[in-house]
Design a protein around this ligand. Structure first.
Ligand SMILES: [Zn+2]
Length: 333
């Protein structure tokens, strides 16, 4: 349930660039379309209403505009006579939206829709002109929530979101303050949607590699200069990924059923045992807070606190060792 917060996903799911690609497509294809019916066989994916009740509320409404909030898709519905509604989608692991009309029945488009990943249609929104918006979701973890307009902002999943990783005008000072709120591994903080919204496992690995920062570095040690580096590469990577229509490492497809092309630009994510693009040493894989993490131990050296706290008792200053995927160990004082 969207309003019950997030649950940890171990497989890749659409992140900011993939959701932005879908939102851009839907603004092109679906805005102005009038809903006439809903077809489907998986009622649990629609909340908090039954299928019939949901259809009753959205029938006759027009899609006004699609927006992205972190990894959520927000769609505003309007009608001339009654109070508008807002739809909020979360794709989670395998969900994606597919738009079809008479043009998509062409030979080329049919090839994309024949992709196995586009075959798990759980429900369809049918429009007045016979075009439709399908929700394909192999694992059925996605969710579509209907709110009265304005109400969705109060939903926990949305209200807890930090500033957007791409759209917000970050300063190094503010990013440092937000990352440093909790003393955790840097990778873990980048994945925390309350710190900044939109980054998941793929882009966190790519941002850390391009920033030359170790994923296990503690956030309270990060400097303003390092935060500036993160901001610059984060925006560059996210913009480039949107330009290439996202990363299709698993089930993600755009609204036309096509795979994104950004995976070929990945430098760290799932590149374990391959040579680092910068230095040629092997990329290694470790777990950070349960999430698979790939990085270059040479380009992204670990940096521990250089000055142990004065007066800390020997008992509190025990040695800790961290084992890397390569078998290399780091000793922290
Ligand atoms: Zn390297």
């Amino acid at each position: 349930m969207l309003c019950d917060g997030f649950f940890v996903m171990l497989l890749p799911m659409p992140e900011l660039p993939e959701v932005a690609t879908i939102v851009n497509d839907l603004n092109r294809f679906v805005v102005g379309k009038k809903i006439v019916s809903i077809n489907g066989d998986t009622p649990k994916l629609i909340q908090p209403y039954s299928f019939l009740e949901f259809e009753k509320r959205v029938k006759g409404k027009y899609f006004r505009r699609f927006e992205r909030r972190g990894k959520f898709i927000v769609a505003n519905l309007s009608s001339l006579s009654v109070r508008p509604y807002t739809l909020v989608w979360h794709m989670r692991m395998t969900g994606h939206l597919l738009y079809r009309d008479e043009k998509t029945e062409s030979k080329n488009a049919k090839e994309f829709f024949a992709d196995r990943r586009n075959q798990y249609i759980r429900f369809s929104i049918i429009f007045e002109d016979d075009s439709r918006l399908d929700f394909s979701d192999l694992r059925k973890f996605g969710a579509l929530h209907l709110f009265e307009e304005g109400e969705f902002e109060k939903c926990k999943g949305v209200s807890i979101l930090g500033p957007d990783a791409l759209e917000y005008k970050w300063t190094a000072k503010e990013l440092r303050e937000r990352l440093g709120q909790k003393k955790v591994a840097l990778k873990q903080a980048l994945l925390d949607q309350t710190v900044l919204a939109g980054i998941g496992n793929i882009y966190a690995d790519e941002i850390l590699w391009a920033s030359k920062l170790h994923p296990l570095m503690k956030t309270n040690l990060i400097t303003n200069e390092e935060c500036l580096r993160i901001i610059v590469v984060m925006k560059k990577i996210l913009r480039l990924a949107i330009k290439h229509r996202g990363s299709s490492v698993d089930d993600y497809r755009d609204a036309s059923g096509k795979a994104g092309n950004y995976s070929k630009y990945h430098r760290a994510y799932q590149k374990q045992n391959l040579p680092c693009f910068h230095c040629g040493n092997k990329i290694v894989r470790i777990k950070v807070n349960g999430r698979g993490t790939s990085f270059c131990p040479v380009c992204q050296p670990f940096r521990a606190d250089p000055e142990p706290r004065r007066g800390a008792s020997p008992g509190k200053n025990k040695k800790q060792t961290l084992r890397h995927g390569s078998g290399q160990t780091l000793t922290l004082q």
